[in-house]
Design a protein around this ligand. Sequence first.
Ligand code: C5P
Length: 226
Amino acid sequence: MSAPVIAVDGPSGSGKGTLCQHLAQHLGWALLDSGALYRLVGLAGVKHGIPLNDEAPLSDLARTLDVRFEPGEAGEPTAVILEGEDVSDEVRSESSGALASRVAVLPGVREALLGRQKAFAVSPGLVADGRDMGTVVFTGAPLKIFLIASAEERAERRYKQLINKGESVSLAALLEDIRARDKRDSEREVAPLKPADDAVIVDSSGLGIDEVFGRVLALVHERGLI
Ligand code: C5P
């Protein structure tokens, strides 16, 4: 592997996204939001009228997906452009998360996204956020983190995020959705959600982002990555 990779895996809402953004920014490394790729395949599938269990056309779509990530100005989130259309808000919505977890069970789709994900590993390094970064995509990563938090706490965090964005959601429905998604992600046959044998498990329950970031940064130093 040419560039060092920090693989960060874990269930929805464990705080991976925020941790990875902070890490990438702090280290000046590239960031791969692999969930966004699965969300985009789901969105594009719907747009093209492809049933979300139809593996062959979805795999073709995943392989040829016309997507651009345009970094925002300081503090602004990255814009996501799918087939020329700005889908930045749509891609982060609850509904596209649900589409993602449906297409993510298809081996052909996962295979088609492999090369695209590996291409993000460029010098000086990559922070990769996902479910199978340490177990499938970047098995040689010198640091693998598996970030967990209780389902209740994850639902609450997500609830606050969505309310702040003006989406109307119920906490009970979010908790149910998180449990269903965890189950689907950890029980699927290909690349199920599980820690790599050499992953460090970090439990973020009851911790703020600064504490989680501090713990992981200490590991980055320990491993001699900076
Ligand atoms: O991380 P995010 O919530 O954006 O991921 C959405 C869904 O995409 C997950 O619930 C999971 O089903 C799928 N996913 C995956 N492998 C990844 C990243 C995401 O299967 N590496």
